[in-house]
Design a protein around this ligand. Structure first.
Ligand SMILES: O=P(O)(O)OC[C@H]1O[C@](O)(CO)[C@@H](O)[C@@H]1O
Length: 540
């Protein structure tokens, strides 16, 4: 049943009116944060995360109206429908059960009349056993040497989430296996990896839900050709993670091991499935991967059960909607003051922009409000020396700051200006949101700071596997809660198809040329032809 268009909703109109009030000088953030009890009223703590939204351009009335919007759009009801296996991915007639991949309860999760949990538990057990066999040396490369490098061949959701987690938990990697990512079809990606790895001790993990992604197929062929050239038997150096029955799930194609991913888990939501499970269990050990899953499960249960006013990802989603649709900010930055979280923004970029970068509702109605935000980010304090000039004095964009209270590498405690590196990092984590909110008046306008620039700060006690799972699930839940407000389907991605189709036509033309130098690209439009001719001629 299609939802009512947003702009027709009474609550939407009330929020539009309220935004005009918030734009008034008396509601400048420098005034809002002076209010008594501001931090207590505008922060939440649950599921291992402290979430401070006191520097968001909201007052108590804003929150009240946003919660009314959440009720109107039945956000909690839809989230429960999602985790219970309803086919909420309506355009592909599928459920969206990434939460089931980290469900450790004994409860069934039924999709299409079948409990999916036995299969999910089977795959987890297979991953654990495989990782153990690799770490114990029971399984080695074709020349009897232990594996030292694991190369993930995959793109988009088939590697971005895994890369976020492997970077975040790098300090835990004690399995003497280095992880690499071969995602781009650009031969430089492949060349760099093989320049630093030994084919005898390299395991290639081909990850593709469809097993039709051109980049992944091309890189897999490159890897096979490289192994054969080196006298290595690919069948003893390749593992696949793919959907049951996909072209990659072919018994006639012998591999060391094959793990299934399920059609009810989308690529950008798949790091807690075998997509992340296989590489992360080799890199970190299955026990740490399971701790990561349990952190995600805890956040899932919080998102499902916590009342809206106490629900961290739901409140974050409402604030994001407020910033986007009512205050007019088109972008949002994720700035973790923790280098290990350097790949969080690239992962959330796909998670969020491939989920919510839509212009029609789940029922195909054109949206009357803009969905989705442009997500970007870099760790702090690096970002301060890169694009924070704009954050303070240019086009404003809301920021999620993330702080980690207890870092690893505690053995390094030297001080500069009387503080340790970690304290220096935190001095900036504390100052930046304040400077953005309060600003600074100056008669020299070039040195004036308008302030009133919104941000949230999330705190983690440490970078444990559990906390990385909680952060992952926080952003997944926030993404889908926002989608439910707009009534869009966050689980399909038809927008990626046109480019692939056009590339396929050009690829066919190039293949003809490869076999017939006299072939002309007459089928192409003149501009495309210029580029194809330039590539084959070797210069412009
Ligand atoms: O796992 P596959 O099927 O190779 O797809 C890789 C990626 O390509 C997309 O389908 C489109 O970008 C993503 O959703 C997905 O994560």
């Amino acid at each position: 049943m299609p939802c009512q268009p947003l702009s027709d909703l009474h609550i939407w109109k009330k929020l539009k009116q309220h935004a005009q009030l918030i734009d008034q000088p008396e509601k400048h953030l420098r005034n809002l944060i002076r209010e008594k009890g501001r931090l207590e009223k505008f922060s939440l703590k649950d599921a291992g995360i402290f979430y401070d939204f006191s520097r968001q351009r909201t007052d108590e009335k804003t929150l009240e109206l946003l919660l009314e919007l959440a009720e109107t759009r039945k956000l909690k009801h839809r989230f429960k429908a999602m985790v219970s296996g309803e086919k909420i991915n309506n355009t592909e007639n599928r459920a969206a059960l990434h939460t089931a991949s980290r469900d450790f309860s004994s409860h069934p999760v039924v999709s299409d009349g079948k409990d999916v949990m036995p299969e999910i538990r089977r795959v987890r057990n297979e991953i654990s056993a495989f990782a153990e066999d690799i770490h114990s040396g029971k399984i080695t490369g074709s020349t009897g040497k232990r594996f030292k490098d694991a190369v993930v061949i995959g793109i988009g959701g088939s590697y971005l989430g895994t890369e976020f987690v492997s970077e975040a938990l790098y300090a835990f990697a004690d399995k003497d296996i280095e992880i690499h990512y071969l995602a781009n079809v650009d031969i430089h990606n492949f060349g760099k990896i093989v320049s630093r790895t030994d084919p005898e001790t390299t395991l290639w993990i081909v990850i593709s839900k469809s097993y039709t992604t051109a980049e992944t197929l091309a890189n897999t062929k490159q890897a096979y050709a490289f192994m054969e050239e080196k006298g290595i038997d690919p069948a003893k150096h390749v593992v696949t993670v793919t959907s049951k029955g996909s072209p990659g799930d072919d018994p006639s194609n012998p591999v060391l091991a094959s793990f299934h991913m399920f059609d009810f888990i989308g690529g950008r939501y798949s790091v807690t499935s075998a997509v992340g499970g296989v590489p992360l269990s080799l890199f970190l050990g299955y026990d740490r991967f399971e701790r990561f899953l349990k952190g995600a499960e805890e956040m899932d249960n919080h998102a499902k059960n916590a009342p809206a006013s106490k629900n961290l990802p739901l409140i974050a989603a409402l604030i994001s909607i407020w910033n986007n649709n009512f205050l007019g900010y088109p972008a949002q930055a994720i700035i973790p003051y923790a280098s290990p979280l350097c790949k969080l923004a690239p992962h959330v970029q796909q998670l969020y922009m491939e989920s919510n970068g839509k212009f029609v509702t789940k029922d195909g109605e054109f949206l009357d409000e803009s969905a989705g935000l442009i997500i970007f980010g870099e760790p702090g304090t690096n970002a301060q020396h890169s694009f924070f000039q704009m954050a303070h004095q240019g086009r404003p964009f809301p920021i999620d700051f993330i702080g980690v209270i207890n870092p690893q590498y505690e053995q390094f405690q030297s001080e500069s200006k009387g503080v340790t590196n970690h304290q220096e990092l935190w001095a900036n984590l504390i100052s930046q949101p304040m400077a953005l909110a309060v600003g600074k008046e100056d008669t020299n306008t070039a040195k004036a700071f308008p302030g009133n620039r919104p941000s949230s700060t999330l705190l983690l006690n440490d970078l444990s596997p559990e906390n990385i799972g909680r952060v992952l699930a926080f952003y997944e839940a926030r993404t889908v809660f926002e989608a439910f407000v707009w009534d869009i389907n966050p689980f399909d991605q038809f927008g990626v198809e046109l480019g692939k189709t056009l590339a396929s036509d050009i690829r066919k033309e190039m293949a003809v040329k490869n076999n017939n130098k006299e072939h002309h690209f007459d089928e192409m439009n003149p501009i495309a032809r210029f580029y194809a001719d330039t590539l084959f001629s070797g210069s412009f």
